[in-house]
Design a protein around this ligand. Sequence first.
Ligand code: 8YV
Length: 316
Amino acid sequence: MEALGVLLLYPVNPYLEQELDQRYRLFRFWDSPPDRRDEFLRAHARSIRAVVGNAQHGADAKLIDALPALEIFASYSVGIDRVDLAKCRERGIRVTNTPDVLTDDVADLAIVLAISVLRRIPQADQYVRAGQWAAKGDYDLTTRFSGKRVGIIGLGRIGLAVAKRVEAFDCPINYHQRTKKAYPNYTYYPSVVELAANSDILVVTCPLNEQTRHIVNREVIEALGPKGVLINIGRGPHVDEPELVSALVEGRLGGAGLDVFEDEPNVPKELFALDNVVLVPHVGSGTHETRKAMMDLVLGNLEAHVLKKPLLTPVV
Ligand code: 8YV
């Protein structure tokens, strides 16, 4: 049988690209200029039976419809909010992602961001590097993280990993999700607004879908308040970004630690001047160890598909 035709949607890590190239017939989407991609797909539609994407490069109905031979979409990400799952189910297209292997890194980043915002770590570092310690004396006092009330939106794998971490800081843990679970030491709030009103730090860890888009809106931001801190390690669209920016600029929100943004890699420039905001470029799973494990999951799922064995991490 002809080797599996795999469409790689973007220039992923060299290791994954090389492995795909050695194992399968690899089609690099970026080889064709954007205005020639429909033609590219028509030319190779009969050969492309698999697609590899990630958090930013998914499979919408247009792409799926252009690939009549598509059998599997393997995402190099745990989030698959850019994959039209209903269309995949309708077509019988398998979908895989990369859960669990990135949970610790993403949860670690939530803690790093929260402490960095409250203790002004990036600014303190710059203070030393700029020679201001010698010139101006001690750095300003900041705010403690330990013992603060942490509200988590979504106690899934990553949310629970964040909760486990903040327990070590003696933080009371609150949460909201659709259903209350039997967590004896965690306080459930039936709405995100109530969760925000009873938390000092609000962490977004839930998956992105139509129900959670802009789950952090103006009302939630107001409830979190001028001493509250928002940590977003989920997806940019979880937050109404213009509302977030205006609340931070106007002092109606105490601070934010952001790994994700609505229009990546574009970040609202108003945030750049704020010292109560820490900005990082979607690095949640961005360690050598985790990305290797994610890539091996992509490769393992494709291999299982070719061998007609059970997929390692199926979503559909
Ligand atoms: C991406 C992510 O995987 O896993 C997710 O859902 O958002 C990230 O870890 C990363 O951008 C690599 O594609």
